[in-house]
Design a protein around this ligand. Structure first.
Ligand code: NAD
Ligand code: ZN
Length: 258
């Protein structure tokens, strides 16, 4: 990695400012939202290119609705989600984050995403606040199922029933109406409090309690960078807010060459 004296010539000044902050940091935490995966072809809920689908997220992502009618989720899975998740590949930004971790600069990736792309890119310490939509488990006996296995079962019958106990199988995600996993949020909070630089990538920072984490990092003395196309409520407290696509900014600032 180049040092901060070695700024990139003819470059957007905000990229050089980010590069300087990264070079000065010892313990970086990356906090990501749906925007980092937009460049992998997965629609965000908010902002440019927001989610459009014939299935309603208020239904397929709600625990109340899942209890009432689990076939709705499973039809959505079968027709839309499986293909999207099976095909999506990490973006250059996911890969640059993984490379920075490999260099020992990143202590954790905290993500609101459920798409498995940080893990697919090679990140090792990924704190998934909202779970992972490529993993599944039985509501009754907790037996675990993988993405392709549930697709095979869903093609035969929906909803998907547990092969061991006939309970209903569900995605390992935090649905609307459910609590975040306490151990993950505790660990994320700990990382936020001890990092010296938090970089938010692609989050509208309006979904709580996740959006508290950048604020906690800042309160604990870390520097805060936000890279998001649209403005966020935390831009005014950030040391640097860059309103660009992640892929145009982050890889270059950390010296990642794909
Ligand atoms: P959000 O949908 O509320 O906001 C996404 C933000 O990303 C927007 O403000 C937009 O300006 C920005 N953005 C879009 N493309 C970008 C790009 N190329 N570079 C940088 N920024 C870009 O996302 P959120 O804050 O993560 O909250 C949404 C909730 O929905 C989360 O809880 C998340 O679990 C869930 N969700 C997840 C996925 C996923 O796993 N990929 C996708 C949609 C929603
Ligand atoms: Zn079971």
């Amino acid at each position: 990695m180049k040092n901060s004296e070695d700024l990139i010539e003819n470059t957007d000044p905000s990229i050089n400012s980010l590069k300087k902050l990264v070079d000065e940091a010892d313990r970086i935490v990356i906090f990501t939202g749906a925007g980092i995966s937009a460049e992998s072809g997965i629609a965000t809920y908010r902002g440019a290119g927001g989610l459009w689908t014939k299935y309603d997220p208020e239904k397929y992502a709600s625990i109340e609705y899942f209890r009432k009618d689990p076939t709705y989720y499973w039809n959505f899975f079968k027709e839309e989600r499986h293909a999207m998740m099976a095909q999506a590949e990490p973006s250059v930004t996911h890969r640059a984050v993984a490379e920075l971790e490999k260099q020992g600069r990143v202590s954790a990736v905290i993500t609101q995403n459920i798409d498995n792309l940080h893990i697919k890119a090679g990140s090792k310490r990924v704190l998934e606040l909202h779970g992972n939509t490529t993993r599944f488990y039985c509501c009754d006996c907790r037996a675990q199922y993988g993405l392709d296995e549930v697709k095979r079962l869903a093609d035969q019958e929906v909803p998907v029933y547990c092969q061991k106990c006939q309970g209903i199988v569900r995605p390992d995600v935090v649905l609307f109406g459910e609590m975040l996993p306490a151990n993950v949020i505790d660990e994320a909070l700990r990382e936020a409090k001890i990092c010296d630089l938090m970089i938010v990538i692609g989050s509208s920072l309006v979904v709580y309690p996740a959006a508290n984490l950048p604020y906690e990092a800042k309160l604990s003395g870390a520097r805060l960078v936000i890279i998001n196309i649209d403005a966020t409520p935390l831009d005014s407290v950030a040391d640097l807010a860059i309103h660009s696509s992640a892929g145009e900014v982050f890889p270059q600032a950390v010296g990642y060459e794909s």
